[in-house]
Design a protein around this ligand. Structure first.
Ligand SMILES: Cc1cc2nc3c(=O)[nH]c(=O)nc-3n(C[C@H](O)[C@H](O)[C@H](O)COP(=O)(O)OP(=O)(O)OC[C@H]3O[C@@H](n4cnc5c(N)ncnc54)[C@H](O)[C@@H]3O)c2cc1C
Length: 468
């Protein structure tokens, strides 16, 4: 659909539009309004512009990128959101090439496979001692598996998905049970289940569907990533660069509170009192916080239920400067996997050669941490480190704490599936309601994360263009 057809849809010619604008000066009109300047919003806006439509992007925060967030103020410039780009991320990589943002190999020495110290309670166990350690309470058959590999090893061979879409196919309903139950039924010990839950990529495996795990496993093996890459200079560079290539700059500080689909056009209202109209609207706000937006004409029951119930994984990260490499003093590996309040603590290398530490806390521990003030959380972290690694005393400084759960524009790091939700919500949630369309990582059918955000945006663009 081109601009002329869009105007016809509005019942306006270009000439009439001028008059129209004149008489409704407060409500400026574009073909499409995109709400949210994360990856989904920027992908949709960029593609719609390429197809000749006028697009306005409204972003509530003061930054483009959403959950692609690079902490440029820290010396090693870490990402605190989406980081790993799978070599199968065709849309994201294609877009990066188009706008001129390099996709590169991770910094040397980063990643899995580095020596790790396991901390069970307050007891420290080296990799090589794990299988025989008295603090390893796993069942005999599990004892050789180190904690971070327990989930993948115990789930190995159980995933029968053939395609990337199988996760929402009712044919696989037998797997739509809590992961903890599935593990137990398949012989996992109570200790294995406890350790898996300590750093699982969800809130609580007792309430997360096994389908969620199979979805990620299938995505890794058949779709997203056999090898992971990075966006040069930090993930945020990609949506930022896309924004710079939009004809109309992204409007920041525009928190949308109300969307009114009036039939011929849609009016969008922001907290600052500004109002905009368009023929169509693309909403990329995460469902975890979409309850803060009023849909005057209403949505479907299913959309409301998903907005209320779709769970989002809570992740809180502490970015920490090490004034001296205390791990060279105590001789233990810097990277730690713990079953405690601060999850995993590891070296985080920047492309500029500098490095910091990252404490990455998931799920139930993140929820607890999020109840503290930043000062309390930083003090608790330093105290924990002092207990576990006395050599770290006085050598660490917490520079930044980022809680995705407490972020009122995110509500968590990414969605996951509780039992009963896959076939109930998908693919139905992808359908527009009148002139209101939805995109975002939670609406990627075949892909997760950043590529899922692109996939959902591509779907919406296809729908919008087909309307013409
Ligand atoms: C810690 C962490 C690690 C991750 N790791 C990876 C990874 O390694 N690989 C991967 O592929 N993915 C990863 N992800 C996921 C990936 O970052 C996200 O899936 C993706 O960036 C989401 O893009 P989006 O456009 O759907 O949502 P968002 O980026 O959240 O964009 C939505 C935008 O809407 C704005 N907004 C919210 N409410 C309003 C409102 N009322 N009015 C106007 N604007 C509003 C928000 O400010 C935001 O900018 C990670 C995420 C996190 C948090």
């Amino acid at each position: 659909m081109n601009r002329r057809i869009f105007l016809q849809n509005l019942g306006l010619t270009a000439g009439a539009m001028l008059t129209h604008r004149f008489s409704f000066a407060a409500a400026e009109t574009t073909d499409v309004i995109v709400i949210g300047a994360g990856m989904a919003g920027m992908y949709a806006a960029y593609q719609l512009q390429q197809k000749g439509l006028s697009v306005r992007v409204l972003e509530a925060s003061q930054r483009v990128g959403g959950r692609m967030y690079t902490l440029d103020e820290l010396p090693w410039k870490p990402n605190t959101g989406g980081t790993e780009v799978g070599d199968g991320y065709q849309r994201l990589i294609g877009m990066a090439q188009q706008v001129g943002v390099p996709i590169v190999e991770p910094p040397a020495g980063e990643g899995r496979g580095a020596p790790t110290l396991y901390v069970i309670g307050n007891e420290k166990v080296m990799d090589k001692d794990w299988a025989t350690s008295p603090f390893n309470k796993l069942a005999d058959a599990e004892k050789k598996i180190v904690p971070p590999l327990l989930e993948s090893m115990l789930m190995n061979g159980k995933n029968t998905f053939q395609t990337l879409d199988d996760w929402y196919n009712p044919k696989f309903a037998e797997f739509d049970v809590p992961l903890s139950n599935f593990l137990k039924k398949n012989g996992a010990s109570g200790e294995a289940i406890r350790l898996i839950n300590a750093n699982a990529n969800t809130n609580d495996i007792a309430s997360t569907s096994t389908l969620n795990v199979f979805k990620s496993m299938t995505f890794r093996t058949k779709g997203g990533s056999k090898k992971t890459l990075r966006i040069e200079g930090g993930s945020q560079r990609l949506p930022e660069t896309m924004a710079k290539q939009l004809r109309r700059p992204v409007e920041l500080d525009k928190k949308v509170t109300e969307i009114n689909d009036r039939g011929g056009r849609v009016t969008v209202q922001c907290t600052d009192g500004s109002t905009y109209t368009a023929s169509q609207v693309v909403v990329t706000v995460p469902f975890a916080v979409l309850k803060n937006v009023k849909f005057t004409k209403g949505l479907t029951k299913l959309h409301y239920e998903a907005i209320r119930k779709l769970p989002y994984t809570k992740i809180t990260q502490l970015h920490v400067a090490a004034k001296e490499p205390f791990w060279e003093t105590d001789g233990l590996p810097m990277n730690m996997w713990t079953d405690g309040a601060f999850g995993r603590v590891f070296l985080n290398k920047g492309h500029n050669g500098q490095q910091g530490l990252l404490s990455w806390v998931n799920g139930l521990e993140a929820i607890e941490l999020d109840k503290m003030t930043e000062k309390q959380a930083a003090a608790a972290f330093l105290q924990t480190m002092k207990t576990l690694r006395p050599a770290s005393e006085g050598k660490l400084e917490v520079l930044k704490i980022n809680s995705w759960g407490n972020n009122p524009l995110a509500g968590g790091a990414y969605y996951h599936l509780a039992s009963g939700q896959a076939a109930q919500f998908y693919p139905a949630l992808l359908e527009p309601v009148g002139r209101v369309h939805f995109a975002g990582e939670h609406l990627g059918l075949q892909n997760n994360g950043m590529e899922g955000a692109c996939e959902s945006a591509e779907y919406v663009v296809g729908k919008l263009m087909a309307k013409g």
